[in-house]
Design a protein around this ligand. Structure first.
Ligand code: F0G
Length: 350
């Protein structure tokens, strides 16, 4: 049997002693070489996708949730709560179910991908749709968790970061050192903060080097690029439809200290990158293509020279999470008679 993620990295993770092991065998996701996409982006560098969509509930959130839910369970808390654009909700629901706890998840009005909502419901969470944005829902759960005995499991919870930083350890161990660049989508900014924590910690212990971080927001939800809150964020990448990131300051500091930056990618560029990734066999949800969409734009504008470098793109969630976005782009399959001659005719037409 596989060792649970937090046990594998026990020596590097700072969690209270009471934390219980609540695991679904998260982490240990593949680092997939993407030679064709690297060529399409100009070539001359090595590109890998860290495919976090292969976690148990289909997103990277499971790394942090095993820690946050395990800590809450160890304290004897009976319920967890979070605000979510969908993936955190599904992950919190699954780990709460595993721990025998209740989960309350608050989602913003509309715009939550059906696959995520279905996950939260399937795992037995109580789903509450707030008449407001993700940012409104987050303020509410923070207050609710202060007044009632439910544990907050958004990435404001420091234990989440302890779990999520393990992705940086896995990347270093697989490459033998840190990559030169790491690009990833930024929403509430917990993940970029976690990666930076993980890379710094491993480097301090083993001299593994530090990547420059390229954090990418969606252009319609880019408060860190605009340096102001966005009251009505809009993007097809609904996972990162966030106007006031909770860990925004830390994300900016991480990008700057690493020698990288935070940039924005348009919805068109995000969807185009989603197709490019799928054309090499990796289907991710739109937000997960944002990191590479931002990287591609920086390279095209000659702000970034990747010659001889190693780049890792974090693809945070599986394409199945948001099947509608793809379904809405094609016309329904044409019916074909169940006859060989008809099928052969189809195969011979373009
Ligand atoms: N990619 C995906 C697929 C996400 O679901 C999220 C965040 C991010 C990237 C950004 O990560 O917030 O740590 O900067 N989703 C949260 C949620 C907000 O509720 O599922 P971040």
């Amino acid at each position: 049997m596989k060792t649970p993620l937090l046990e594998r990295y026990r020596a590097l993770i700072d969690l209270p002693a009471h934390t219980r092991t609540i695991s679904l065998h998260e982490g240990d996701t593949p680092l997939i070489p993407m030679p064709r996409l690297a060529q399409q982006l100009g070539g001359g560098f090595e590109l890998y996708v860290k495919y976090e969509g292969l976690n148990p509930t289909g997103s990277f959130k499971d790394r942090g949730m095993t820690a946050a839910v395990g800590e809450a369970a160890g304290r004897g808390v009976q319920a967890v709560i979070c605000a979510s654009t969908g993936n955190t909700a599904a992950s919190a629901a699954a780990y709460a179910a595993r721990a025998g706890m209740r989960a309350f998840v608050l989602i913003p009005q509309g715009k939550v991908a059906a696959g995520k909502l279905a996950g939260a419901v399937a795992y037995g969470a109580r789903v509450l749709q707030i008449e407001g944005s993700f940012d409104d829902a987050l303020s509410l759960v923070v207050e609710a968790s202060q007044r009632t005995p439910v544990a907050l499991v958004n990435s404001l919870n420091p234990h989440r970061l302890q779990g999520q930083k393990t992705a940086a350890f896995e990347i270093i161990e697989e490459l033998g050192r840190a990559p030169d660049w790491l690009c990833l989508p930024v929403g509430n900014a917990g993940n970029i903060t976690s990666y930076w924590m993980g890379f710094q910690q491993y480097h301090a212990l083993h001299g593994s080097g530090l990547p420059a971080l390229l954090g990418v927001q969606a252009a319609g939800a880019a408060p860190l690029v605009l340096a102001r809150a966005v009251e009505q964020p809009e993007t097809v990448a609904t996972a990162i439809r966030i106007g006031k990131p909770a860990r925004g300051e830390q994300a900016l500091a991480a990008a700057q200290e690493s020698g990288g930056s935070i940039v924005a990618a348009s919805d068109e560029a995000i969807l185009a990158m989603q197709r490019q990734l799928a054309a090499e066999g990796i289907w991710v949800e739109p937000a997960s293509a944002a990191g590479l969409a931002g990287l591609a734009a920086e390279v095209a504008a000659r702000r970034l020279d990747l010659g001889g470098k190693t780049v890792v793109a974090v693809c945070t969630g599986h394409g199945l999470k948001d099947a509608e976005i793809v379904a809405s782009q094609f016309t329904a399959p044409r019916p074909v008679a169940a006859k060989l001659a008809d099928l052969v005719r189809e195969l011979e037409t373009e």
